[in-house]
Design a protein. Sequence first.
Length: 110
Amino acid sequence: MPPPSLKPFCKRCNADNQLPAVETIAVRVGALSGVVPEALEFSFSAIINGTPLAGTRLAIEQVPLQGKCRNCGLDFSVVEFIFACPHCRSGQIEITKGEELEIAYLEVSS
């Protein structure tokens, strides 16, 4: 299923015909967002079929997991879903990137 904000956006463009020349819709999908990029591509093509957005390309930027240790302050990449600081081994970490599911930008032609 597309992100909740993407489906109404596509329907609104179709109803209002406000952006008839959208070439690309880019989204950021975090590794921990719960969204499978291939499923997003499939559902996107299904919801734009037969609308003014038909033919619009979906660009997916996959965002890897990043964390920050609350104990030593280290910023690090979370590898293989191991949620511990690689420096001090603390489990007291904060996820700083990788939970995103958002529209990043649109490319339109005039």
